[in-house]
Write a protein that binds this ligand. Structure first.
Ligand SMILES: O=C(O)[C@H](O)COP(=O)(O)O
Length: 398
């Protein structure tokens, strides 16, 4: 049976099993009569050619309550990547456009910003999402922005409807809605969430018991989910991280720019399977170790920006506390796996937490060398203040 537990700061919208897609979609059609939704789909050329993308396009063709769809295409150096993406999304009609971030026009616009001191030089999902937000901001009718990944195996549009409804229903008043789900097949996935972020937040609570931001992060059931929806205002004022700090960085800016009463999380009512990356301790610049380092430095920098003082010994204490709590988590996951007849490889989980424990102090060194870092792209308010016609020129590239 699903539970209906509520955390103390944000609202949780559970899957209580009675919502039918037809009902959700008819509420959405009514709610969006005077409220346009823009959907952002960040995609790489290789994801665009993979099977999940075809399923996503097929499903979206029926999501007629979405006014505008922008496919933000990156890691796509060739004209043929762009042409193929345009052909694939043709069934979505005129409301869908491809924003080719590697194409010459968009690259020209990035160079203009870089020349004037606005750093948009780091490619990746963060920059793709930020660029798509700029494209949508140029349409004054779009009030809600929604985003999901394009590598979701077994996609169905119920997921999208659950992500949109809390934002657009006239009886609700949320400004940010984040997805959660279980990453489970015959085993539990979500290694970074389970084995790094969850124990880390508990360890941070021990070190900084009064910190409200840590408490806020601890309210999210899947803080690394890449699916969320937000108001036009937050899309304009939030900064976007260009590395793996994107998800926690977004939560940090939401915490700063709105009230926690206006924040919710929604169960996407499905087990969510995606691509998996490797966890190789000797490769700090790739895979889950890179992800862990980016997440940790984003959290440290956010706490420092709130006035928290970190000494060298803080990270040593945090690491010790993290390791002990992570070992307790493994005990909990093992029990959960046993009773649910899931495979559970305790040895590789232990290896993972040891690798993540090293990251806790390594990220401390990265932070100490560069306490403010520069991973975030400036928000759109700043860009539009400097270049009032920028978003309309961005729109012209499409
Ligand atoms: O969600 C996560 O924790 C990371 O994306 C890693 O996920 P995985 O363990 O399912 O590959």
């Amino acid at each position: 049976m699903p539970d209906f537990y509520q955390h103390d700061m944000i609202t949780t919208i559970h899957d209580l099993r009675s919502a039918k897609l037809d009902n959700l979609e008819s509420m959405l059609r009514e709610s969006t009569e005077n409220h346009d939704i823009g959907l952002v789909l960040p995609v790489t050329a290789s994801d665009m050619r993979a099977e999940p993308f075809d399923v996503i396009v097929r499903e979206l063709a029926q999501a007629d309550y979405i006014a505008s769809i922008v496919v933000s295409l990156g890691v796509a150096p060739d004209q043929s990547d762009y042409d193929e993406t345009c052909a694939k999304i043709a069934p979505l009609g005129d409301r869908a456009k491809v924003l080719w971030t590697d194409g010459p026009e968009v690259q020209g616009l990035y160079n203009e910003l870089i020349d004037s001191g606005i750093d948009v030089s780091v490619p990746g999902k963060g920059r793709s999402v930020w660029t798509a937000f700029g494209y949508l901001l140029d349409d004054p009718n779009i009030e809600t922005f929604v985003l999901h990944d394009c590598d979701i195996v077994d996609y169905d549009r119920q997921l999208l409807s659950r992500l949109c409804l809390p934002m657009v229903h006239p009886g609700l008043d949320f400004e940010f809605c984040k997805a959660y789900y279980a990453r489970v097949t015959d085993r539990m996935h979500g290694r970074v969430v389970r084995l790094l972020v969850a124990p880390l937040l508990r360890a941070l609570m021990q070190c900084f018991p009064d910190n409200q931001f840590v408490r806020f992060l601890g309210n999210f059931r899947y803080p690394l989910s890449g699916e969320f929806s937000l108001t036009r205002n937050l899309a304009r004022t939030n900064r976007v991280a260009s590395d793996w700090g994107l998800e926690v960085g977004t939560l940090a800016d939401v915490y700063r720019n709105t009230s926690h009463k206006r924040v919710c999380q929604v169960d996407l009512a499905r087990l969510y399977e995606h691509k998996h990356q490797t966890l190789a301790v000797d490769q700090p610049s790739s895979g889950l170790i890179k992800m862990a380092l980016d997440i940790l430095t984003t959290i440290y920098r956010t706490l420092a920006s709130q006035g928290i003082v970190f000494g060298e010994s803080t990270f040593v204490t945090l690491r010790a506390s993290f390791l002990r709590i992570a070992q307790d988590c493994i005990r909990q996951y093992a029990a959960d796996a046993r009773v649910n007849s899931l495979n559970y490889d305790r040895h590789s989980e232990e290896m993972a937490i040891e690798a993540f424990a090293q990251c806790v102090t390594q990220a401390g060194e990265i932070f100490a060398a560069d306490p403010s870092g520069n991973p975030s792209i400036p928000n759109w308010t700043r860009v539009r203040a400097a270049f009032p016609d920028f978003t309309s020129r961005l729109r012209d590239t499409v």
